[in-house]
Design a protein around this ligand. Structure first.
Ligand SMILES: Nc1nc2c(ncn2[C@@H]2O[C@H](COP(=O)(O)OP(=O)(O)O)[C@@H](O)[C@H]2O)c(=O)[nH]1
Ligand SMILES: *[C@@H]1O[C@H](CO)[C@@H](O)[C@H](O)[C@H]1NC(C)=O
Ligand SMILES: [Mg+2]
Length: 437
């Protein structure tokens, strides 16, 4: 018997397929990253809607990647019933991106950092620039600014409500009645409607709101980090599917791979880390061997204060790194860090007898969007090491863990972290998030 549910799913699928096709045909086809086998083939139309979002300006690159996974899954669930396209929020002006000689690190497109066709194998996405072209004016229909409840948390219950703004909003109505705000630094962009929305809710709770309570063609959720994963968190298949789609852009991988080969004797064939299209890729723990080097992520800067107890001194970091180098009988150390130049030289001195490599010296040609690009290359190289040691609760470290799960490393080589000087030597190690297919 063909169940009603199966029929329903089929109908919905066909609807989505229909609508997306007409969308693709009526717009510039190149603007929509929609991988071929995901491509709709025919149909009438319920018009496509756009979901836009942004994150608290204080958040760094790697938490932003986590927020992407939430919003992407929201769009995925929306597409079960209605065609929605996720608009990728341009990168720029991140707190950590301070390379002063570069004023260009604003309005950076996702394709610079990620393989957008891989993202599109999960949900339909377009760059913000292409959204502007597609709608033909610098306009967003509705903006909802997610905020806490003024009265605070009383008990856990899922709820979202349009409320007065708790904090002075970063949007203002101009004399033409247009809402002006930040909008990634695009000064011409405005919204037709703006509301603050108190929320204490899982991402799925936003689906009925978006489908039924909003009518605009484009809806923008600001402060999207307030959307909670709920059941779609690290231990769920959906989360991992979104995560697997976040493949780094090829041009950055290529620079990092060249570095691996030239300096670290590391390549995918020998290391057993060859990539496939992510939808086809399914490795077992232990399949990957990794290059003949130890990689460490040594987080400094703000973590020296915000996580003082768990951040090791350089002396101790060097000691721990040597323990691993001996255990794995390796001579080369790859160092990913946001430490300053003096610390780097100091650390290198303490690693006498070993070869230390780090990015600042080795890819000086990467001046374009330096900070984001080097961060990604550092992560990519750490992800391919025989063994990795990370920093306590750093999202930069977490994204490396996940990359290694995707590549199929033994978990013992991945979920290690430095202990602070005053912590026990066997301090609590990172949670082993196992990949789920
Ligand atoms: N290149 C490079 N940048 C780093 C490293 N560690 C931290 N950073 C920079 O500092 C930022 C850290 O912020 P974030 O991504 O939020 O990670 P978290 O603060 O460690 O959780 C990164 O995005 C990088 O710009 C590193 O090892 N290498
Ligand atoms: C959405 O609409 C329903 C029905 O009108 C209403 O009860 C609900 O409060 C609305 N949700 C929000 C967040 O405004
Ligand atoms: Mg951070």
């Amino acid at each position: 018997m063909v169940s009603c549910r199966a029929m329903h799913i089929l109908t919905v699928y066909v609807t989505v397929v229909f609508t997306l096709t007409s969308f693709v045909r009526s717009h510039n086809e190149e603007n929509l990253y929609q991988a071929k086998d995901n491509l709709p083939t025919m149909g009438p139309a319920k018009s496509v809607r756009y979901l836009l979002y942004d994150v608290n300006p204080g958040e760094g690159f790697n938490l932003r990647r986590d927020v992407y996974m939430r919003v992407a899954n929201l769009v995925k669930f929306l597409n079960e019933d209605e065609p929605w396209i996720l608009v990728l929020p341009p990168w720029g002006r991140l707190y950590h991106w301070q390379t002063t000689h570069l004023s260009a690190q604003t309005k950076v497109q996702w394709k610079y950092f990620f393989d957008v066709n891989s993202l599109a194998l999960h949900v339909p996405v377009i760059e913000f620039e292409d959204y502007l072209k597609a709608v033909g004016k610098p306009e967003i229909d509705e903006v909802y600014y997610l905020q806490r409840y003024k009265e605070g948390w009383t008990k856990w219950e899922e709820k979202i409500d349009i409320r007065e703004c708790v904090d002075p909003p970063r949007y203002q109505k101009d004399s033409d009645g247009k809402w002006r705000g930040q909008f990634f630094g695009y000064e011409e962009v405005y919204a037709k409607k703006f509301e603050c929305m108190s929320s204490q809710a899982y991402l799925l709770t936003f689906k009925p709101f978006l489908m039924k309570n909003t009518t605009g063609r484009s809806v923008f959720l600001d402060r999207a980090e307030n959307m909670i994963h709920g059941q779609y968190s690290e231990w769920s298949r959906e989360w991992w599917t979104a995560r697997r789609s976040m493949v780094f852009s090829k041009h950055l991988r290529d620079v990092a791979d060249k570095f691996r080969q030239e300096k670290l004797d590391s390549n995918d064939k020998d290391d057993k880390t060859e990539l496939e299209v992510w939808t086809q890729m399914k490795r077992k723990h232990g399949d990957a061997k990794g290059g003949p080097y130890v990689a460490i992520h040594l987080r400094r800067k703000d973590y020296l204060y915000s996580h003082a107890k768990e951040v090791p001194s350089l002396e101790n970091a060097a000691k721990i790194a040597k323990t691993f180098l001996k255990k794995y009988k390796l001579k080369k150390l790859f160092l990913a860090t946001d430490a300053n130049g003096d610390d780097l030289t100091h650390f290198e001195k303490m690693m006498k007898g070993y070869e230390v490599y780090y990015h600042k010296v080795f890819y000086p040609e990467m001046t374009e969007y330096f900070d984001g690009a080097t961060a990604i290359m550092d992560q990519w190289i750490c992800a391919h090491a025989r063994v990795f040691i990370g920093s306590h609760v750093s999202t930069f470290t977490f994204r490396i863990h996940e990359e290694r799960e995707i590549l199929g490393f033994d978990q013992e080589t991945t979920f290690n972290r430095f202990c602070g000087d005053d912590e026990p030597k066997d301090c609590e190690q990172p949670t082993k998030w196992k990949i789920i297919y």
